[in-house]
Design a protein around this ligand. Structure first.
Ligand SMILES: NC(=O)c1ccc[n+]([C@@H]2O[C@H](COP(=O)([O-])OP(=O)(O)OC[C@H]3O[C@@H](n4cnc5c(N)ncnc54)[C@H](OP(=O)(O)O)[C@@H]3O)[C@@H](O)[C@H]2O)c1
Length: 341
């Protein structure tokens, strides 16, 4: 039996990883699209990449609505969710209603903290795999995916009962761990050699570590008028601010997670030094979303980390200022009717 994967949110990240999974033996990948439906249905995805060159990815099925997916009545092994995480706009876990079978794993490839909760609430007995990627990819026009740099994706089963010393069900923990390993194997077979399997705690540290980068770069670029990561990290004042934000998050993470920060994760100084040398001219997605009048991933990148830390009695004042300012800017713009949301 082939492994069947449905990409939910087939934009830059979803289509890129979907296209790699489709290269693994005996894997059939389908896509649930939205605005790019017509283009993908007629021509599939055209992907360009410095690593994999130019290739085409034609999904087995291209769907235009969750209703259409439900009617197809396919038993999915993996539902790979790669929508932008915007819990303030709606609950994307509802897209999966009627698609999750006994053996289906829900895979969340999204930035931010707390992205798993809505899925766990709706599907409490299903395997949820949490994924963090550092890929740089974009969809400049419908169905055209440009993979720019990096491929690393870190994936771990989401087993939050382990955080509080709870036991949960050993069988379902083992199933989630096996499904996690299998997905990482498939990604590696599809050419993503740096796909990595983590356990629950390890993956949550990777999420916090990515938040250190995202919470520093994304809002700062937006508030400084769309500066590139490199320009910000070479500016004497902004670089101090970036270090301050990253250290704030990296100091909070071990206190929230109750374990020391794993040694393999880069320090804030190291991240800053490597960003100073990154001449790609890349700009964080939040700044691009702001420029295009779209909702920003403020809640999962800033709001949730602040709230999760606060529950443990910790304040992150630099993040809090960035969050308060940007949330109000977004609210004001929407009131003026200048947003596409
Ligand atoms: N791009 C990167 O380099 C990168 C790197 C690391 C992490 N990430 C994270 O990965 C996640 C995905 O980012 P992305 O850059 O791939 O975003 P994206 O290009 O905007 O892709 C999201 C896709 O989801 C679709 N979508 C949203 N709601 C949908 C719905 N209800 N039904 C069907 N499709 C729906 C969007 O359709 P529409 O076009 O119609 O809105 C879009 O095609 C985010 O959390 C982001 O922060 C991105």
């Amino acid at each position: 039996m082939p492994t069947r994967v449905l990409i939910v949110g087939a934009g830059a990240v979803g289509a890129f990883y979907g296209s790699r999974l489709a290269c693994a033996p005996n894997v059939l990948v389908s896509a649930l699209c939205r605005s790019n439906y017509k283009a993908v249905k007629s021509k599939g995805f055209q992907i360009t990449s410095p690593q994999y060159q130019e290739y085409e990815f034609k999904p087995e099925h291209t769907f235009q609505s969750p209703e259409e997916v439900r009617k197809a009545a396919i038993g999915w092994d993996y539902l790979l969710v790669a929508t932008k995480a915007l819990p303030d706009l709606g609950d994307d876990s509802s897209l999966l209603e009627g698609l999750v079978g006994d053996k289906t794993a829900i895979v969340l490839v999204q930035n931010g903290l707390g992205v798993e909760e809505p899925y766990q609430r709706r599907f409490p007995n299903s395997s949820i795999l949490s994924a963090v990627t550092i890929v740089s990819a974009a969809q400049p026009s419908h169905g055209v995916i440009s993979h720019n740099r990096w491929t690393r994706i870190s994936i771990g089963p989401f087993l939050p009962h382990l955080d509080s010393g709870g036991t949960g069900s050993k069988t379902s923990d083992n199933i989630a761990t096996e499904l996690n390993k299998h997905l990482v194997d498939l990604l590696q077979q599809g050419g993503i050699s740096d796909a990595e399997a983590y356990d629950h705690a390890g993956l949550q540290f990777v999420r916090w570590h990515k938040i250190a980068i995202n919470a520093a770069m994304n809002p700062s670029s937006t508030l400084s008028g769309g500066s590139t990561n490199q320009a910000m990290s070479n500016d004497p004042e902004l670089s101090r601010h970036l270090l301050g934000v990253m250290n704030e998050v990296l100091d909070a993470a071990p206190k929230v997670l109750g374990q020391p920060l794993p040694k393999h994760l880069a320090t804030a100084d190291r991240i800053l030094r490597s960003t100073q040398k990154n001449a790609s001219g890349s700009k964080p997605s939040m700044a691009i979303d702001w420029e295009q009048g779209r909702r920003m991933e403020l809640e999962v990148i800033l709001g949730n980390p602040i709230r999760i830390a606060r529950e443990k009695g910790l304040e992150m004042p630099r993040l809090q200022s960035l969050y308060a300012l940007l949330r109000m800017a977004q609210e004001n713009r929407e009131k003026e009717g200048k947003s596409k949301i």
